[in-house]
Write a protein that binds this ligand. Structure first.
Ligand SMILES: *[C@@H]1O[C@H](CO)[C@@H](O)[C@H](O)[C@H]1NC(C)=O
Ligand SMILES: *[C@@H]1O[C@H](CO)[C@@H](O)[C@H](O)[C@H]1NC(C)=O
Length: 655
């Protein structure tokens, strides 16, 4: 089969980076699958994927086998790839693409569902249900007595309905009609079999908008009713007939520019993740004020990062931007199989803040899980299939020496002045991605810019990390008395040639590994060294990956993939890369909190002025509980929405 191996060159244009704030409620997005041969797709549909059970990579880094009950669903998305096994391998290994192997097919295969969560807090049935739940809930007992009014206003505020859903849906219909297959509106049941339904929603049997009640998706219905968005999100994988990849929206998020499937996921570049590298979540859980009545999302982010840190290494992880949240049913199920108790607890927390705020934040968790799994796949593949050259399971001195020498040469090169440093010469994976996607019939919307591919190295490699010792996990006081963050990652999408790291072989690999008089290192010991280097001392693993990726004069992903492209090992690595592949993207977006009438007017006018070039905006109505202010803002907000999204969507009744 002839593959086109000429590097494609066209300039990748970088544009503005997005801004964000942690305060706005989350949007998430995701994509399902799409592109290939319809016939082959069906031909392979019945085939199961039991070979995964023998796959050494399906083990945990601690050697514990991964539960595999998510594999069936996982296959759903990758089945088509298996049908033409080599196109993906050729793409990752050589960055070569034969477009005739991947074609777009029926429209529905290229579309992804959207999930909204929504409550009508003004509904008296909902209000009395909530009051009843609070009355019986231990979390509120003490504070109810002491501070009844404050609870009431905070919770009321959280549920205040400004009719945002109607307009957010209009924005989705206006700008994402080529993206979605269905919209699932996840709502609470206020009476048996009576989920809340927007009064203006047209009830047509063929409507793409479906009401999904919490009772349908909670696997443990004794956790209902739930007033905790994190608990509700933890059950998304149970939404019936949801595309594997889907996008998650909240009603305070509005689209302002066209969205296409390439804003969520593509077969070549994987998930499109939006992160905020400047806003970092520490790896430890913060102490919790048991009397706190309002609990922001920060606790759940910290708890999520604590769990990720236990598994993948104690690093600060980037906040996930409040724009597009891409989620995947099969990845969520995989996460559930690995953290069943923690997700069960999240589901059980009826109110946010219950259980010391130990909730999994699924959008944050899944994005970082994918990043870590791709990194793990890359490092593990190198360790297992390349470091052990003769594949005898033993790391003999000669094999170790080759790596050690390579690292030494690398370190010397890193010390050179930029002009004298040898640079890698391969095109990055996302080089000319627009033209490349065009060749398989996928268009970019212009709303998201692809900035960095996970295949080109771990994007959040630490700057100037000292790999001769463990990186502190907590901030410490610097000489000027100010807090110093010990972990500062790259994060401005520096191209690989501008990133630097040095790897201390003595610390990262340990004394036995570097000892020439230790001829044969058993596999078990090699694995332990790998785990420590890849996760516990994650800065070592990041740098090793950087070395593998930047090694000069090699094309594609040749440095860490198994050499024999016809081997099962190669196929299994390709399958994992396809599963966890991602790019980091940015979009121009705004977050605003409407807090006073004057500021609100200015902000909203500003948004109108940028009509055509704000990809998303998030408007938080967390304004003070003063009837005059509330009225003013309500009017301004309504005027803004009526101007910006004037036309009713086809799914609204006309009143
Ligand atoms: C919310 O509930 C109130 C009270 O029942 C109702 O008047 C209003 O129409 C509802 N809003 C929506 C969007 O359904
Ligand atoms: C449902 O949740 C309750 C409360 O968290 C728990 O006691 C029960 O064991 C759960 N049931 C199942 C089937 O998991």
């Amino acid at each position: 089969m002839a593959y086109i191996r000429t590097p494609i060159d066209s300039q990748v244009r970088y544009r503005h980076q997005c801004r964000s704030s942690p305060r706005c409620i989350v949007v998430a997005l995701s994509v399902s699958f799409f592109a290939f041969n319809w016939i082959v797709f069906h031909a392979f549909k019945g085939q199961s994927s039991s070979d995964n059970n023998n796959d050494p990579l399906s083990k945990d880094s601690s050697g514990k086998p991964l539960s595999t009950n998510w594999l069936d669903t996982a296959t759903e998305r990758t089945r088509g790839y298996r049908a033409s096994p080599d196109w993906q391998g050729q793409w990752y290994r050589w960055r070569a693409l034969n477009p005739s192997n991947i074609e777009q097919h029926t429209d529905d295969l290229t579309k992804y569902d959207i999930v909204y969560t929504w409550v009508n807090g003004s509904d008296p049935l909902f209000q009395s249900m909530r009051l009843e739940s609070q009355k019986n809930h231990p979390m509120f007992q003490k504070s109810l007595r002491e501070n009844a009014k404050q609870i009431d206003t905070t919770t009321k505020r959280r549920y205040r309905d400004m009719d945002e859903l109607r307009y957010s849906l209009r924005s989705t219909i206006d700008y994402a009609s080529h993206l979605f297959r269905r919209i699932h509106l996840v709502t609470a049941e206020v009476a048996p079999n009576k989920p809340q339904t927007p009064s203006w929603l047209m009830k047509q049997p063929d409507s793409p908008i479906r009401i999904v009640s919490h009772n349908t998706i909670f696997s443990n219905s004794s956790h209902l009713p739930s007033y905790n968005s994190l608990a509700i999100e933890s059950q998304f994988m149970n939404i019936p007939d949801l595309t594997d990849i889907f996008m998650y929206m909240n009603d305070d998020i509005f689209l302002g520019m066209k969205l296409l499937p390439s804003d969520l996921w593509t077969p070549l570049y994987g998930y499109v993740l939006h992160m905020e590298a400047s806003l970092l979540i520490p790896p430890a859980v913060r102490s919790f004020d048991p009397n706190a009545i309002t609990v922001g999302e920060w606790h759940s982010l910290q708890y999520s990062n604590y769990l990720l840190s236990q598994r993948f290494g104690p690093r600060h992880r980037a906040y996930i931007a409040h724009v597009i949240h891409v989620l995947s049913v099969s990845i969520l199920k995989e996460i559930q199989s690995l953290w069943p108790d923690e997700l069960g607890m999240t589901s059980a927390h009826q109110f946010r803040g219950e259980g010391q705020g130990k909730d999994i934040h699924v959008s944050f968790f899944m994005a970082h899980y994918i990043m870590e799994k791709l990194r793990e796949t890359q490092l593990e593949s190198f360790w297992q299939y390349r470091l052990d050259r003769n594949q005898d399971g033993i790391l003999d001195w000669e094999e170790r020496r080759i790596l050690i020498d390579r690292v030494k040469i690398w370190n010397v090169n890193q010390d050179q002045a930029t002009s004298a440093r040898r640079q890698h010469s391969r095109p990055t994976m996302i080089h000319a991605h627009k033209a490349t996607l065009d060749r398989i019939g996928i268009r970019m919307s212009g709303t998201t810019l692809y900035r960095q591919s996970g295949l080109d190295g771990f994007p959040y490699l630490l700057r100037n990390a000292d790999t001769s010792k463990t990186i502190p996990t907590a901030t410490y006081k610097g000489r000027d008395g100010k807090d110093v963050l010990p972990q500062f990652p790259y994060g401005n999408y520096e191209p690989p040639k501008d990133r630097k790291c040095k790897l201390d072989v003595d610390f990262c690999f340990g004394p036995d590994f570097v000892d020439p008089t230790y001829p044969r290192m058993p596999a078990e010991q090699g694995k332990r060294i790998f785990s420590r280097m890849a996760f516990k001392e994650f800065h070592c693993g990041d740098c090793l990956l950087e070395i593998l990726m930047q090694d000069p004069y090699r094309g594609g992903m040749g440095a860490w993939m198994p050499k024999d492209e016809t081997s099962e090992a190669f196929a299994s690595v390709v399958e994992k890369v396809a599963r966890y592949n991602y790019v980091l993207g940015t979009s121009d977006y705004s977050f605003m909190a409407l807090q006073g009438a004057k500021g609100a007017k200015k902000d909203l006018d500003n948004l109108l002025a940028k009509w055509d070039h704000k990809a998303f905006f998030c408007i938080n109505d967390d304004f003070p509980d003063d009837p005059v202010v509330e009225n003013e803002i309500r009017t301004l907000f309504k005027d803004f929405l009526d101007t910006r999204f004037r036309l009713p969507s086809p799914y609204e009744t006309t009143e």
